[in-house]
Design a protein around this ligand. Structure first.
Ligand code: PBG
Length: 325
């Protein structure tokens, strides 16, 4: 039976009806906000390619963490861009390093705000790659995961509520889990960037995190954007290795991957609406070509509809305010 018995518009006739039959709900509880920390005091340096996003010294990051929590965003993801960079990522394993300081300060000021610490080598290495680089330029997977485990341990000891490895080395989740457990940190969850694609949409972030590779690219560790089956394999391996949450990144161009991952695993699925996805909307809105608020809400709703339980987004505090207004 079709028309005229069936009129799908009946339940779209008013805002009250549309709210009642809405299938996907975007709530502030589902959002995670990235924070970028740099050395110094009273530093609030605008990231040009990401309007409204700043590189913050620890004292300023504490202020923003408080504001984000007050807006109703339950969690932040912390990135550090330390001044000292070397071949060994010393700043990231240093208990007095920038990331460790920021973690401790934010947790002290906002004990109820969940803090995830991004674990990678790219922000602390002079070459800007996510793993150790061998003579000749190849990435040394197995020594990298040892260092990544030390970085994770450092951040967990500093008070991070979870560690989030974003390097895409093989075996890092198991290495991190073993190192944390050995040190007695059995309760620190691992949020794995499980299916992280080699994306052009990370461009603006590399300015914010000062993490662009000095040579070459990330194609030997991040995934080929064409591969969904391989993404599922990566996710299942990470779950097997002990990942407590898994992530798909970027989000918008990979909605099919989010859906397949959601259907395949029972752990929470996180999607990262990355810097380029944010900047595209900001840039078009600045020219009056798109309605920023409507576009941000639509993309985030789409990511939730695809199956993401949680979304990391640079829009998080604004969206939380819009949703509560
Ligand atoms: C680095 C890292 C990147 C992002 C998160 N962690 C960039 C990269 O891999 O080059 C991207 C985040 C964004 O674009 O918003 N390990």
């Amino acid at each position: 039976m079709g028309f005229p018995q069936h009129r799908p518009r009946r339940t779209r006739q008013s805002d009250a009806w549309r709210r009642l039959v809405r299938e996907t709900r975007l709530t502030p509880e589902a959002l995670v906000y990235p924070l970028f920390v740099v050395p110094g005091r009273a530093v609030r340096h605008a990231v040009e390619s990401m309007p409204g996003i700043f590189q913050l010294s620890v004292d300023e990051a504490v202020k923003d963490a408080k504001a984000v929590a007050a807006a109703g965003v339950p969690a932040v993801l912390l990135f550090a861009a330390p001044a000292h960079k070397d071949g060994k990522a010393t700043s990231a394993t240093d208990p007095k390093g920038l990331a460790a300081q920021a973690i401790a300060a934010i947790k002290e000021a906002c004990p109820d705000l969940i803090l995830w610490a991004d674990v990678c080598l790219c922000g602390a290495t002079d070459h800007g790659h996510c793993g150790h680089v061998l003579a000749g330029g190849a990435i040394d997977n197995d020594s990298s995961i040892k260092t990544l485990a030390e970085v994770a341990l450092n951040y967990a000891r500093a008070g991070a509520d979870a560690v989030a490895p974003s390097d895409m080395m093989d075996g890092r989740v198991a290495a991190i889990r073993a190192r944390l457990d050995e040190a007695g940190l059995t309760s620190t969850p691992i949020v794995s960037y499980a299916a992280k694609f080699a994306s052009s949409f990370y461009g603006p972030f590399r300015e914010a995190a000062e993490s662009a590779p000095a040579f070459g690219d990330r194609l030997s560790y991040q995934m080929d954007p064409a591969n969904a089956r391989e993404a599922l394999r990566e996710v299942l391996l990470d779950v097997e290795e002990g990942a407590d949450l898994v992530m798909v990144k970027p989000a918008g161009p990979y909605l099919d991957v989010i859906r397949q991952v959601r259907d395949a695993v029972s752990v929470p699925v996180v999607a990262y609406q990355v810097s380029g996805e944010f900047s595209l909307i900001k840039a078009a809105a600045a020219r009056g070509w798109i309605d920023e608020r409507a576009a941000a809400l639509e993309t985030l709703t789409g990511i939730r509809r695809a199956g993401a339980d949680l979304i990391i987004s640079y829009f998080a505090p604004e969206v939380a305010r819009w949703l509560r207004a």
